[in-house]
Design a binder for this molecule. Structure first.
Ligand code: DAT
Ligand code: MG
Length: 148
């Protein structure tokens, strides 16, 4: 089992897509172990995107993600990191496959609705950053019918 950090960005909240987005992960069979609405501090978002610090889009990205509430989530499941990245789709919504969140709802590279951790180390780092209070694990009875 892996747990991964997923976040609806301010454009997804403003466009009223939070329920739609959560629904996709939930229906897939992933387990919701963390969820909150938060207006993130500059420091939090700078730390989250520190890997992109030298990129030309960094300051705009930080400004965008701090501009309003985001919905921070933790999803758990077998290979949850890659499964969530597949549900999210490619970075640019115009190029992302239809059926993915970005492919179905996105038209932009920056305003791409959602973030998902890209590897095990990143997931651990991001979950600790956004959920310092810890997660709420639980045993869903339905998983008897999700995994053979
Ligand atoms: P992803 O979110 O698909 O993991 P990333 O980690 O490469 O993509 O970049 C982080 C975010 O930065 C991405 O969701 C949108 C923004 N971004 C990336 N490349 C960009 C670019 N060339 N111009 C504008 N924004 C960009
Ligand atoms: Mg990334």
């Amino acid at each position: 089992m892996q747990t991964t950090y997923v976040m609806v960005k301010p454009d997804g909240v403003q466009r009223g897509l939070v329920g739609e987005i959560i629904n996709r992960f939930e229906r897939k069979g992933l387990r919701l172990v963390g969820l909150k609405s938060i207006i993130p501090s500059l420091e939090l978002v700078e730390t989250h995107y520190a890997v992109h610090k030298e990129r030309p889009f960094y300051s705009g990205l930080v400004e965008f993600v701090t501009s309003g509430p985001v919905v921070a989530m933790a999803w758990k499941g077998v290979d949850a990191i890659s499964v969530c990245r597949n549900i999210i789709g490619a970075t640019n919504g115009r190029e992302a496959d239809m059926g993915t969140i970005r492919g179905d709802f996105g038209m932009d590279m920056g305003y791409n609705l959602i973030h998902g951790s890209d590897g095990e180390d990143t997931a651990e780092f991001e979950l600790g950053l956004w959920f310092p209070e810890g997660l709420n694990d639980w045993i869903p009875n339905r998983e008897t019918w999700v995994y053979e």
